[in-house]
Design a protein around this ligand. Structure first.
Ligand SMILES: [Zn+2]
Length: 361
């Protein structure tokens, strides 16, 4: 008789009669605690779509690729600046190449069949002219009072991260994604703003918090700028908690995972696990900077799961030039991450551009 049956059938211990506990209680006492999904998944893959991908990429190639590399967790682009599913949230821009397809739904189903953890990815940092026309207050404003055009794509506008665009519009997007696909989590890329925003909401909210006008520049020793950094951190924490709470209403074990948070100690305190998006180096940054990033996060996270979204390349004017990346450099970069306790998430952007074995890492 094994230990489980021994207890279930009742027994004599130390001369005393022990009544048989209920089966449910015995199971609860003896069943190994189930690992949460984010501790189970050891090898991740990130597939970041660009707008034209729904028409041109081969989803089955990627599902097969995940199988071949034994990935058991996946990050997939879903919404934000572009929706890769047939969204019904007003002004949530569907990819012009979507047609009647649902790339998110197809990929989620395929990944679930392989028992993978699924995290859906949003990118809230930019929007289109129709959003500008309907909600001009959603757009970020520069120090000289102009609405902020996107630095890389002049058809886009940069959104304010600290106001109703994120708190209301993106909350609606996240709720819809949870309703449609019930992923294990939502991960937001470029969600935390791009410097000081001078929109009407930021002016009012900063004044309400500190009785001050916004700092005129990002001068690190300026006491008003220091206050602004405090305000920004608390605003983003509020946003993190709001999205996390909405996500958990649909799936209690699901989590919101921010791509970066301004305070690493708070990151360690509040995150159950974290993605370290470390794919880029500039100038003469050495490979051990991947390890340094891991150590900095570990200082707050302790031994919680930390996943390294990797790829590496010099990030200058021309970005995402994966085809000229060097294998040896990627190996060193990854080894530095693994040696510091990070799990791996290979990252691939623009899946329609696959060539050869299709791996853009
Ligand atoms: Zn603003």
């Amino acid at each position: 008789m094994d230990r489980r049956n021994f207890i279930k059938s009742g027994s004599v211990l130390g001369g005393a009669i022990v009544m048989p506990p209920s089966l449910a209680l015995a199971d609860a006492l003896l069943a190994p605690a189930e690992e949460p999904w984010f501790n189970r998944s050891m090898r991740w893959a990130q597939l970041a779509f660009v707008e034209t991908d729904p028409k041109h990429y081969d989803p089955d190639f990627w599902l097969d690729y995940f199988k071949r590399v034994h990935a058991d967790g996946v990050l997939l682009s879903a919404g934000g600046v572009v929706a890769f599913y047939p969204t019904d949230v007003p002004l949530h821009h569907r990819s012009d190449w979507l047609g009647s397809s649902d790339p998110v739904g197809y990929m989620v189903k395929g990944c679930r069949r392989m028992n993978m953890s699924v995290v859906l990815r949003t990118d809230p940092h930019a929007t289109r002219q129709d959003m500008y026309d309907a909600h001009p207050d959603y757009i970020s404003v520069t120090a000289d009072g102009r609405k902020r055009r996107h630095w890389a794509n002049p058809a886009l506008w940069v959104t304010c991260a600290y106001g109703p665009y994120n708190f209301e519009f993106m909350t609606a997007v996240h709720k819809e994604i949870m309703e449609r696909y019930t992923p294990d989590g939502i991960f937001s890329n470029r969600w935390s703003g791009h410097g000081i925003c001078y929109c009407e909401h930021c002016v009012q909210n900063f004044r309400a918090a500190y009785g001050l006008d916004l700092p005129r520049s990002a001068e690190k020793l300026d006491p008003v700028y220091i206050k602004w950094q405090e305000w920004r951190t608390s605003r983003l924490k509020e946003l993190w908690f709001l999205w996390d709470a909405e996500i958990r209403k649909k799936r209690a074990v699901a989590r919101f995972i921010p791509n970066g948070f301004p305070d690493k100690l708070l990151t360690g305190k509040y995150a159950d696990f974290f993605f370290a998006d470390q794919q880029a180096r500039t100038g003469v940054i050495p490979p051990w900077s991947n390890a340094m990033g891991a150590k900095e996060l570990r200082a707050g996270l302790g031994m919680k799961s930390l996943v390294n979204i990797f790829s590496v390349g010099v990030e200058e004017e021309w970005r995402w030039k994966d085809s000229v990346q060097n294998d040896a450099e990627i190996r060193v970069w990854v080894a530095e991450g693994v040696a510091n306790g990070m799990r791996l998430a290979l990252s691939s952007s623009a899946p329609s551009f696959t060539t050869g074995d299709g791996c853009r890492r």
